[in-house]
Design a protein around this ligand. Sequence first.
Ligand code: NAD
Length: 487
Amino acid sequence: MRQLWINNHWSAAIDDATFGVIDPATEEEVGRVPAATRADVDRAMQAAQTAFRDWRRVPAAERAELLHEIARRMREHVENLAVTLTLETGRHIDRNRRYVLWSADVFDYYAELGRNDRGRVIPSVEASQLALVLKEPYGVVVCIVPWNYPMLLLAWKIAPALAAGNTVVIKPASQTPLATLDLAHCFEHLPPGVVNIITGSGGTVGDALVTHPATSVIAFTGSTEVGQRIAGLAAERMTKVHLELGGKDPCIIAADADIRTAALGVAWGAFVNAGQVCTSIERIYVERPVYRDFCDCLAELTAGLRVGSPFDPATQITPLIGSRERDAVLAQIEQAQAQGARVVAGGRRPPQLDLGFFLEPTVLVDVPYTATIMREETFGPVAPVAPVEDFEQALALANDSRYGLGASLFTHDPRKAKRFYEEIKAGTVWINDPLTDNLAGPFGGMKQSGIGRELGEEGLAEFLETKHVHWDFEMQPKPWWYPYGDK
Ligand code: NAD
């Protein structure tokens, strides 16, 4: 049984309650963790608040070395972490190895970025003065993450938050707390209280963290609905929020695109991690002249994908996180058919797999623009395709959404590419290479997909507060002060 990580100590929840974690591929329990209470949240917040007093004063160069050490330990433990991630997420072991290594890179990246950028000297009003712009850490950053990329999305938050001099309290999703708790071994060399990990439900632990008086920043990745609730609660105390939320990412296939390349790119963008990616391709608009060829090619590729165990090297499509989530996607596919769409690949649970939350990768064609599956987020391996008369119409449809996370386009035409990146309302734009992230490239959403950016220099700036200092060396009364001044 794993325990909470508070103030560099392992401990049970105050009332000893626990909950189980299920392997999505086998439906077996693979671990138990504490179900923390508000009192446990208080302990973690207290530890983080106390640690902040000294951590903010640690020289940036020293903090950088401590962050590099986290990365080194993650690389050392890559195999154990990847196996645990695979057991709790159901994602393929090869990908999890890669994600652990990439998460380690995030710590190295922010270790270096954190050495710089602590403000600037600006022109003062008079010669006898000094004017400074300071960049300071906020205090305790609460990091709440979802189950789809538990370690990577966590690294995107805590690496910059720590590099900036904040302390953190982490709440993993209740489906995937195991690898996050194991990651504590990579934080053992940090001063007590700088990193704290607390497990439990969103309703209890999440809510207690969001409303805690010691919380300075809420860094949240998850659904738009929970994000909206958090933003509302944060507004009461004016707590800074950083929200990475849902998406309904469009992909446009222009008439000049190479069809096989575009179909391969869409199969990757729609089905990677069984479609459980916030930036999955979820709406595909294809210019009419290449529509039929594209649909045939995508259907053929999809039918050939192999669904199975995340530990099998040949597997391409792994299970969804839970039965409820799988059934919700199946219901969306059914509803789309009732609304006029046709299934040309997949569309059901794989008959050869009795256990596990598997779903065949699915291609829907002739999907009406107004169908629910073209408007509401789908967290599963589904590619809904619709024809468009021209690029103009595709662009208008792509922008017709409450979300604005990512968007992609396949074209060789520079005029279409430029219009696309200028006019699409999305935080990330991919042209001919969907879903590629870049450590230096800021990531985040427009519209209801979020507030703020992770990664890049912007990712560090989110965790630094600005202060303007105006200092007059000569303590002389100014002519405009009372009682001399006229107002
Ligand atoms: P979710 O919103 O249900 O849960 C996310 C986290 O919030 C979990 O840790 C959960 O326990 C916690 N939580 C739940 N209720 C809470 C509350 N009332 N107060 C505080 N915390 C609470 O999302 P999910 O189902 O875990 O993840 C899927 C969603 O995440 C999708 O909508 C997806 O698009 C989104 N997502 C967004 C990004 C991004 O970067 N924009 C990345 C990954 C996932």
